[in-house]
Design a protein around this ligand. Structure first.
Ligand SMILES: [Cu+2]
Length: 803
């Protein structure tokens, strides 16, 4: 790992240049103005950042800001106005490259208190000081703009108006996962809630005293109602931010809690054997239980394991395998209830355990968890970033405890005795690690050559892949409101982490990358100049992959929608060493739902800079599909060589991946894509006929000093399981509670469950749904509304199919 002095030097030297980046290093990259609880990459220039409504010093329109946008080139942030409280929302891309976030909390004011104006049912409708609106049903849409656009114009700003667009139910800590037509399934969430969403013992798993929303709905609703989810009732209390992944069949894997709770449930009716589409009966809502996670390791919030889908490749026939790492195996009773955990979580080591699950194994065998290599250290709130080279970075988090925050536990009654302030985690881990899914078992994890950050990234931190293959890391605020003096303060500093391939002296510079990728259809060519690699052209060509990488929407140690899909390719090696790649289109929208992605070309394990592409037709609706691309046979030329300057990465921990070829060498000829797809031409035709969906929006598309508290001790990776007490023994943390807020009502707003001993709010009465017909417009208000389209109520027949 790097000595800190070189980190300092890099920080001074590199205002914006990635050329100066040292492989494995962290470099500070500016102030995010708001604490980066949620982020996504909007385009090749901008990262959008969202915080909960809180007292950030940065102001917008006369109130504290909780939204900003960070420019990759300048590393400067600009505040953005968000109207509603986006606290712990879910989010997802739309097929046209816009992003949407769902839900949040009621309006709050200073100290996390309920907003000054209340809804009839008790939660905050608005707050006079922070000026946030109730975000619990909000749907907010952002059309990512570039520096070419007028950022002040409304089209570049958040659309956030619940009178025009809102969910049917209040959802906080919900999950969003897109279907193959680009519409979203919104799963679960809290109406109100707390540390976890139950009492203990749990006598009301379905409703949790009115605090649970164990249902799903769709966006756009398109006339589809709300349905209960038995799986969420079964996993009650530990099912916030359920892990959800659309599978090849069109079914969805959903994971929450632990024992007997691993289910997979049909949100859709799948096609019969002849692959003809049938009408999607949204009342069909059946579930197929899968095995429990071994070892009772909880992976969802607040255990917050790192969970992601392994890269989808031609070699695995693009069949999803999900990797679950870390989290917590705290016994069931230790999780406590709404108010707080029953134990002092910061003393409880996080899990090192990793498991793989292939929900739909080839050949129809019974799905089963497969034990994978342990992580190098236990980690809660670690998150996976799938890198362009197909390896998986785990970054952020802590050695002990859980996500969430509280002012007490079942073992520590007084906030003044909480050793880490409100944080329920301790031992922030500064060193990431890299997992190689293709390495032999026993050797998949490494942190060799990776530096150590000195910034704690605990609860409400986030990370996202940037187009150049670096990783933007920001956030951390395990506090009810802004607190810059506690041990784990509200964090505004961002960093960029440079993976090992930044050690390469040459990065590939492909040309001819298209702007959009279709599902099947004609292949396209990408040219790699000889200057992009060194040595044998035949070897480089055979060791080249083309990948679509979607970084997703990052929050709470998860990246919703994150996927990696390697496209099939063959090649022609030309005299002079130029390589022409013949690249197949994407297989089908179940394996990569329509929307934005970065296209990378990896040569000898070194990725190019990514190019933003749109996968699919850019619209919601059944995607046009065509037969798989037919690729010409590869053509070798023994004399051709690259003219790069020796770039085969010598960087440790994950540089060149010699054996991971695209399979295009040798025997490959002709049509390669196979297996998954049949009868798609028919479906494509139907798609064209039925594709009356949202009109695609034409893509146009005062800060205070940051806190620099370093009173905590950062753990280097691989150091083992330092217990909370051991970390504490490094020295007392005086002053960490010096800014006690007078009001600690974290999370429990309006919760009438007896765990709160206070609120008498009626959670079941008084609520008026906004999905009634608006007479003036003749439109269903909470449905069928896209602020970027002409007014176009969507009346279509939703269809879901097996590709
Ligand atoms: Cu949260």
């Amino acid at each position: 790992m790097l000595p800190s002095i070189s980190l300092l030097a890099l920080g001074l030297a590199s205002a914006s240049s990635t050329l100066a980046a040292t492989a494995g290093s962290f470099v500070e990259s500016g102030d995010t103005l708001v604490s980066a609880m949620m982020m996504f990459l909007g385009n090749e220039e901008k990262v959008y950042i969202l915080d909960k409504a809180e007292g950030n010093p940065a102001q917008v329109k006369g109130h504290p800001a909780w939204g900003s946008v960070w420019d990759i080139k300048t590393q400067q942030s600009t505040v953005m106005d968000v109207r509603s409280n986006v606290f712990c929302a879910s989010g997802m891309h739309l097929p046209n490259g816009s992003y949407v976030t769902f839900g949040g909390n009621g309006a709050i004011g200073r100290g996390g208190e309920i907003g000054s104006v209340r809804n009839p049912w008790g939660n905050g409708a608005w707050d006079a000081e922070y000026q946030d609106f109730d975000g619990s049903k909000a749907i907010r849409i952002l059309n990512p703009c570039t520096s070419q656009d007028n950022f002040a114009s409304t089209k570049c700003q958040w659309f956030d108006d619940a009178s025009l667009l809102s969910m049917q139910k209040q959802r906080w800590y919900s999950t969003a996962e897109p279907l193959a037509d680009g519409t979203m399934v919104l799963i679960g969430g809290f109406v109100n809630g707390g540390y976890i969403n139950r009492n203990y013992p749990n006598r009301d798993p379905e409703f949790s005293g009115g605090a649970a929303e164990n249902t799903y709905e769709f966006y756009p609703a398109n006339g589809r109602g709300v349905q209960p989810v038995q799986f969420l009732i079964k996993t009650s209390g530990l099912n916030a931010y359920a892990h959800a992944f659309l599978l090849s069949s069109g079914k969805m894997l959903v994971q929450a809690n632990v024992s007997t709770s691993m289910s997979y449930f049909f949100l859709t009716l799948v096609l019969q054997a002849n692959d003809f589409p049938v009408i999607w009966d949204y009342n069909t809502n059946t579930e197929t239980p899968l095995p429990d996670i071994p070892g009772n390791v909880v992976r969802v919030y607040p255990a917050s394991g790192a969970v992601a889908m392994l890269p989808l490749t031609p070699a695995n026939n693009w069949n999803p395998t999900i990797l679950f790492c870390g989290g917590s195996d705290m016994p069931d009773e230790a999780w406590g209830n709404y108010a707080n955990p029953a134990i002092d979580t910061w003393k409880y080591p996080a899990s090192r355990d990793c498991q793989r699950l292939t929900p739909e194994p080839a050949g129809g065998s019974v799905p089963a968890y497969e034990s994978d290599d342990d992580m190098l250290e236990g980690r809660t709130m670690g998150q996976f970033i799938i890198l362009p080279d197909g390896k998986m970075l785990v970054i952020n988090g802590g050695l002990n405890g859980t996500a969430g925050y509280a002012t007490a536990t079942g073992q520590t009654a007084n906030y003044g005795d909480m050793p880490f302030g409100m944080s329920l985690a301790s031992g922030p881990i500064g060193t990431p690690a890299i997992y190689d899914p293709n390495a032999p078992k026993g050797s998949r994890w490494s942190n060799a050559g990776l530096g150590t950050s000195n910034i704690a990234r605990l609860y409400h931190s986030s990370a996202i892949l940037l187009p150049d293959g670096s990783v933007f890391v920001a956030g951390s605020n395990p506090n009810v409101d802004v607190n810059t003096t506690t041990i784990f303060p509200t964090e505004y500093r961002s960093e960029i982490f440079y993976p090992p391939y930044f050690g390469a002296s040459t990065r590939p510079t492909p040309s001819g990358v298209p702007k959009s990728i279709s599902y099947g259809g004609n292949s396209f060519d990408i040219t790699i100049p000889a200057s992009s690699y060194t040595g044998s052209a035949n070897h480089a060509a055979g060791n080249t992959t083309v990948a679509l990488v979607r970084g997703g929407f990052t929050t709470h140690a998860m990246n919703m929608g994150q996927r990696y899909l390697q496209l099939n390719n063959t090649f022609t090696v030309n005299a002079g060493g130029t390589i022409t790649l013949h690249v197949a289109q994407a297989p089908n929208p179940n394996v990569l739902q329509p929307g934005p992605a970065l296209l990378f070309v990896n040569v000898n394990g070194i990725p190019s800079v990514g190019t933003l592409v749109i996968v699919g037709n850019g619209r919601m609706g059944i995607q046009p599909t065509a037969p798989p691309s037919i690729l010409p046979a590869s053509v070798l030329l023994d004399t051709a060589k690259g003219s790069g300057d020796g770039s085969a990465s010598t960087s440790p921990g994950g540089g060149a991946q010699g054996g991971n070829s695209n399979g295009a060498m040798g025997a490959h000829t002709g049509a390669i894509v196979g297996g998954v797809v049949g009868a798609i031409a028919v479906i494509g035709l139907l798609g064209a006929l039925l594709g009356i969906f949202l009109a695609r929006r034409r893509r146009t598309a005062n800060a205070a000093p940051a806190s620099h508290s370093t009173s905590y001790t950062m753990a280097a990776g691989g150091q083992g399981m330092a217990m909370g007490d051991a970390v504490l023994a490094g020295g007392p943390h005086r002053g960490m509670r010096s800014s006690d807020s007078s009001a600690f009502v974290p999370l429990q707003h309006g919760n009438s469950s007896d765990a709160w001993h206070g609120s008498t709010a009626d959670l079941t009465g008084g609520y008026k749904d906004k999905d009634e017909m608006d007479v003036a417009s003749g439109r269903m208000m909470s449905m069928d509304y896209d602020p970027y389209a002409a007014s176009s109520p969507r009346v279509t027949t939703p269809v879901q199919h097996r590709y």
